[in-house]
Design a protein around this ligand. Structure first.
Ligand code: ZN
Length: 489
């Protein structure tokens, strides 16, 4: 493998050389689980899934860790406001952990639909409070943090004297210290650029733990410094996430790990760019906030139709992960056509008439596909080479090109390796969501036909039994004049 990967830290493409080959440690910032997964979750999910798949394809032994943020992520992404999960729990009158598990399951369901492989370890921040307290103590001991009225803050000014705060995001420490709002003397912080490592819990705050500084909860950035190094070691290969996490989250992570360990922990920082919708940033207030469930069902008003998860995956892979990607119905519909054309060609390979001679070079296309991935995971270029193969398949079908048995197998292997295994595309009829949905529909319809039959025969016991058992299984049946209607609860 000769992968070159863009490292946000050095701002250039670097040769990928793991610290301890063949092992590769990959840590990616996961979701804060207080709401349904949306389009914004799909891109990092798929970007790092392809990286994970490609590294494994290249025979690295990858340990992929993606965290679940279930504590300490406050509403304004800084040190103020309510905890996002606690707020949801209060509004819905649920236990915070009920909120966490409910949205975590839904997130997993959506990622499964997108054929995003599960990480090897998926640690929850709330299950690593002790380790977070330990690291806060280490940073206090090293002198780069201070306690203030039951909270602990990172001392950015002091750290910046010894290390480069801003090295990842490119922000200048002098600007950060001077442009941030002047503190009025009432604040617990020495400088407004300082960030919380541990926050004292207000009396109304539900999620709280004992600590040497009193009852409180960890600052949002702590969990990633703690859980990445706990599972991948003091130094590890790749840390990924969306570009929106670059500052302050990842900048703070570097500062925390460096302050606690005396050295940095991450070798390559990789960031995916964001998705815009019709040229606009996605936001609840803009009315263009589309959840993945809405996207797959076509139920949001901005959608002209439902889009299959594989169409969405293909759409995302058609752009390079570092470029912006604009979502629109036209773009999705074009992706749908492209995806179908690619998969139809793949399914035609077995039926191709083999000749004695080949007029095409599968090996040449394979090399180009590999080169595209090795060049900073250039999936759009890879897809364009797969479409070169689609064109050849068409030519073989019409007889203007020929292929022998060996090349036919090589062509099939090309699609299996690059389209199926690395890009993670599933031919539509095999796609889990649709086929299991279709199967469910035919089974429920069959049962309801039996029920209709028993009703006609005045066999009320059987008819009621079927209705009640379906209800237990979460299927609501409504009788209509001319038959029935049903839906999932
Ligand atoms: Zn993180």
């Amino acid at each position: 493998m000769s992968l070159k990967i863009y490292n946000t830290l050095s701002r250039k493409k670097e040769d990928f050389q793991p610290i301890n080959p063949p092992f590769v440690g990959l840590y990616v910032c996961g979701p804060t689980v207080y709401g349904d997964a949306h389009l914004g979750h799909a891109r990092p999910g798929i970007t790092f899934d392809v990286l994970y798949r490609f590294l494994k394809f290249s025979e690295y032994k990858v340990r992929y860790v993606r965290n679940i943020t279930d504590v300490g992520h406050l509403e304004n992404d800084a040190d103020e406001g309510e905890d996002k999960i606690a707020k949801k729990a209060r509004l819905e009158e649920l236990e915070p952990m009920e909120v966490v598990f409910y949205y975590m399951r839904r997130y997993h369901k959506n990622m499964d639909q997108l054929n995003v492989l599960r990480p090897d370890i998926e640690p929850q921040a709330s299950a690593h409070i002790l380790e977070q307290i330990e690291m806060v103590q280490q940073i206090l001991d090293s002198g780069y943090a201070y306690e203030s009225d039951g909270s602990v803050y990172f001392d950015v000014k002091k750290y910046a004297k010894d290390y480069d705060y801003g090295k990842l995001s490119g922000r200048k420490i002098d600007d950060l210290l001077s442009t941030t709002r002047v503190l009025d003397g009432q604040s617990e912080k020495r400088n407004s650029a300082d960030f919380a490592l541990w926050k004292k819990a207000a009396p109304s705050h539900i999620m709280r733990w004992n600590s040497p500084w009193g009852e409180g909860f960890p600052g949002w950035h702590m969990e990633c410094s703690v859980m990445s190094t706990k599972y991948l070691g003091e130094t590890f290969d790749i840390h990924g996430g969306g570009i929106d996490l670059l500052f302050p989250h990842h900048e703070c992570e570097i500062a925390q790990s460096t302050a606690a360990q005396g050295k940095e922990s991450v070798k390559y920082w990789i960031h995916n760019n964001l998705i815009t919708i019709n040229g606009q940033k996605m936001g609840k207030s803009l009315g263009n906030f589309i959840t993945l469930d809405e996207l797959f069902a076509g139920t949001h008003k901005a959608l002209e139709q439902a889009y299959h998860p594989m169409t969405v995956r293909f759409f995302i892979l058609q752009a390079h992960y570092r470029g912006t990607l604009d979502f629109s119905n036209e773009a999705l519909q074009a992706a749908e056509k492209g995806f179908k054309r690619l998969m139809r060609a793949y399914q035609q390979i077995d039926k191709l008439q083999a000749s004695d001679q080949s007029s095409i070079s599968v090996e040449g296309i394979r090399k180009k596909c590999m080169d595209a991935l090795n060049d900073d995971l250039n999936t759009p270029i890879l897809i364009s080479h797969l479409f070169d193969a689609v064109k050849l398949i068409g030519n073989i079908e019409t007889g203007s090109e020929s292929i022998n048995e060996t090349d036919k197998s090589a062509l099939k292997k090309l699609f299996q390796d690059f389209a199926i295994e690395i890009l993670g595309l599933i031919p539509e009829e095999e796609a889990a969501g649709e086929s299991s949905g279709d199967r469910l529909k035919s089974v429920v319809d069959l049962l309801l036909d039996v029920r209709l039959n028993s009703k006609n025969n005045k066999d009320w016991a059987t008819s009621d039994l079927i209705r009640d058992k379906l209800k237990e299984a979460g299927i609501i049946v409504r009788d209509k004049k001319d038959g029935y209607d049903w839906e999932l609860e």
